[in-house]
Design a protein around this ligand. Sequence first.
Ligand code: R2B
Length: 303
Amino acid sequence: SNKSMRSDGNTYVGKRFVHVKNPYLDSMDEDILYHLDLGTKTHDLPAMFGDVKFVCVGGSPKRMKAFALFMQKELRLEESREDIKDICAGTDRYCMYKIGPVLSISHGMGIPSISIMLHELIKLLHHAQCCDVTIIRIGTSGGIGITPGSVVITDTAVDSFFKPRFEQIILDNIVTRSTELDKALAEELFNYSKEIPNFPSLIGHTMCTYDFYEGQGRLDGALCSFSREKKVDYLKRAYKAGIRNIEMESTVFAAMCRLCGLKDTTVLKAELLLQCPLEDQTPRAQTKPPCIGCYRVPILHHS
Ligand code: R2B
């Protein structure tokens, strides 16, 4: 059957288009995607992006360029090597590369930064009439009670209270949105990862915080008002609640993508040692940047 039911309550038959939920957009003469340096009047978005099927997003522009080059190799599109140019070169907010049906985009650090990018990306995919799009955040995270270097495939993103929700402030209201990710996609990626030797991976909940230091129980920020014991107690409780890593974007990513009809998950390399309760965090700067290996999961079987 080409019917699929998702936890957002929608049943999809046949092609699943990316939808926007804004009644004003249709009546706008032009939609300017400010931070991507693209627009509906200045660019032929269906011609440029209509064939996109996979969108991979990650924090740093350099890493997303490296990922694009890696994809080019994997998809054997190297002959067009000189074509690897930043589509968003007119702005230094984000970078974007297109390699066949794959888009690689950077989103910066934290919820506000990824949320601006996602608004404009979702509109872009909608204007381009893309369908059946899978979006994967590939990035870095801090592991809890797992071997450093493990890749955590997120089934559910949770907030700092371990709840599967994202609280979006809209004007002066708080609107709570669900942060369930696509469980079937997480399982699929996990199964693929098992085919790769020496590739420690697991499925778990990912906690998303608003801050890298106090919000993640770190003792090495400019401010720290809690004890080591309180930190360890918090992380132990997080572990018990099924959380295996911490980062700063997954709740808004999950909330926005599911509302707009994108298949979504996050594949995050847990790069810092946070083996609660035995070890303190290793400062991020002392750990190696994620290796190209952490990209392999989403790539291998979606060519
Ligand atoms: C992971 O790494 C960044 C902080 O160092 C942040 O963007 C995140 O989620």
